[in-house]
Design a protein around this ligand. Structure first.
Ligand SMILES: NC(=O)c1ccc[n+]([C@@H]2O[C@H](COP(=O)([O-])OP(=O)(O)OC[C@H]3O[C@@H](n4cnc5c(N)ncnc54)[C@H](OP(=O)(O)O)[C@@H]3O)[C@@H](O)[C@H]2O)c1
Length: 211
């Protein structure tokens, strides 16, 4: 069965998955790169990187995936909808290499990029978007790639089978929170935690068999 999975989703101690404001120069606002330093240090990201617990978790991000769904604010900074040439932050060969569905209220024509990534733009409910992505995934899993608004919406709709959250030891104080409105989420998931010497805590949420 094709699962809906979230990986390497990094939040501050106070639950923010991005800072503010998001601009073309600062995709994560005042958070800068602090939420993902743990990942940049791994072999998953850099051939000379670490191979310990952080790398073991990070590598799962790309395994067994056939499609991704992301939000409009992950795809671009405010105003990208008005720029017909905007093709995402990642250059001509984005690091997805799978069909990637961008949820937006202002969809545009699909864009085929180098390396197997095609961006498709969808104005759809989370359930409809997941159905469409699953068809494109050819039996493999679908990654819900963020940002926090989209992750929260998919969790609230009960559509997420597995989630890996990385709690990073910084306090952001402002930004976009992951957990708002998700009261009692723990009733739906078996939750495990692994502390890393790097200072981050890996949390895995696996849907309970009864849910
Ligand atoms: N911490 C992490 O690991 C991580 C991971 C990924 C991204 N990020 C960061 O998260 C930030 C973006 O997160 P965010 O919460 O602001 O936004 P987001 O989740 O990326 O996107 C939300 C936007 O997507 C569109 N959208 C969402 N659901 C939709 C639906 N069902 N139908 C149609 N459109 C829909 C709407 O935009 P429109 O109405 O404008 O079209 C909505 O405002 C960025 O800073 C990014 O860098 C962090």
């Amino acid at each position: 069965m094709s699962l809906a999975r979230i990986h390497n989703f990094s939040i501050s101690l106070d639950g923010f998955a991005t800072g503010e404001p998001q601009t073309a120069e600062t995709p994560f606002g005042h958070a800068g790169q602090r939420l993902h330093q743990w990942m940049f240090a791994t072999r998953f990201w850099d051939a000379g990187g670490t191979t310990g617990v952080d790398d073991a978790f990070a590598q799962r991000h790309s395994q067994g995936l056939g499609a991704e769904i992301m939000g409009a604010n992950k795809f671009g900074p405010p105003g990208w909808h008005d720029d017909p040439d905007w093709k995402g932050w990642w250059g001509p060969n984005p690091p997805f290499h799978i069909p990637t569905f961008v949820l937006t209220h202002r969809p545009r024509a699909s864009m085929e990029m180098e390396g197997g990534t095609t961006f498709h733009f969808l104005d759809a409910t989370p359930a409809e978007a997941l159905r469409t992505a699953r068809e494109a995934a050819g039996g493999q899993d679908v990654r819900i790639g963020g940002g926090p608004t989209v992750v929260r919406d998919f969790l609230a709709a009960g559509l997420v089978d597995h989630m890996h959250v990385v709690q990073v030891p910084v306090v952001l104080g402002r930004g976009v929170r992951l957990w708002d409105g998700l009261e009692s989420l723990e009733d739906t998931y078996d939750i495990e935690a692994v502390s890393s010497p790097s200072g981050v805590t890996h949390l895995t949420f696996t849907r309970k068999a009864s849910s």
